[in-house]
Design a protein around this ligand. Sequence first.
Ligand code: PFF
Length: 482
Amino acid sequence: MSSQNTSIHGEWSSRLAFIFAATGSAVGLGNIWKFPYITGENGGGAFVIVYLICVFMICMPVMMAEIMLGRRGRHSPVNTMRALAQETGRSRGWQVLGWMGVLAGLLILSYYSVIAGWALAYIPRLASGLFTTVNTLPPEEVNQFVSLKFSDLITDPIQLLGWHSIFIIATILMVAGGVQKGLERAVQVMMPALFIVLLILVFYAMTTDKFMTGLHFMFDVNFKQLFYPHCETTTNCQFSGQGVLSAMGQAFFSLSLGMGSIMVYGAYLPRHASIAQTTAVVVLADTVVAILAGLVIFPIVFSHGLAPAQGPGLVFNTLPIAFGQMPAGSLFGALFFLLLTLAAATSAISLLEPATAWLVETGKFNRPWAAITCGLVSWLIGLATVFSFNIWREVTPLAMFAKFEGKTLFDLLDFLTANVMLPLGGFFIAIFVAWLMNNQKVAEELDAATQDRSYRFWRFLLRYVTPVGIGLVFLNVIGVIS
Ligand code: PFF
């Protein structure tokens, strides 16, 4: 096999189109919804530092490896792994990595779509001027008003179901459109637009009196808080690697790694595009957007006396306050949630693509039917998340383990995918590429020579740092060492 083959699914029209698509996959709810709230839950600065270390030392090498695998295999993750295992003379068992990716994609999409539905629901809410009321309320009632509006939404299963369904249908339509028509077009306009609106919001955050407090929260490093999370409230000061696991899981999640999204996008990459440069652009864009989102959210949190550790509702309980108060806030607010929904959509299509591409390759489905089938599976699993915020709020299936006490089905799905499946996928990708594949061929695929310094550094990271780093965090959390 060689990467000269083209994919049966088509190809990106250029390297730039791939950069847009991969950035579209990476930048999404993970940056704007999730990064701020788990930073808040894990105490700020130290978490951010560990996150950045994971991004650059562990995830960036994995991203290059994943794109490289995809481009060499030219198929869905399942068939790419099968072909490459064969080419390398390894067991067909490596195909499992592809299967795990397909499954992780459908599971993530199931809850991703529900949260994207929240963003969708906020577009008409802001456009209608709902939050301008904030200006007329006494300061102490502002938070209550905004959080009431949020809980009105998430406690209503019918509304959530409606928005979830709309979002999945839109995702299916885009994936059904195929590589160039559907996927490419969607990303090119909204990525720059999202960036601009975020910058406007950063300027707004600078005008609040707590901008510096937000900055300190995000960048003051206090490792004690990360490693001994309950120390201030109890006398039980036990070491915990949980925060580091969350940071690592978030890095994989945010960069769409470990499950085949980036691999399948790599499969559509033209032969002569530089993988290293492309990776650098995507990683940088993703990181900047996450940090900007934090810089917007935390000053608002502190200037209104809100709790940074309030969980998944954080963005929805903070930004409407800001939009309610700024001039033309209804317009900007509606625009912001529209862009957030679009950013989520360009990530969602990459979650659906691995499973869809695989079904097409079985020869039994055309693209539209493959997309509909996979989308339907995700939609169904998504019901678990829809109900986790209302009628199944008390359903906590793993409550017998102290660590999972109070965790809803949504929490468990999120933990399983982001913190377990993605890093595990990354671990095996690193082992396969850096230990099992032929060094010469890998270098060739990356347009490098095996003795190049940068190539050797990348391979060193992938051989040692990535697997050992992921392994240690896992072992620690399982409790083997601590
Ligand atoms: N990276 C996306 C985000 O940050 O919102 C989410 C995601 C997409 C995760 C694709 C995993 C994936 F394969």
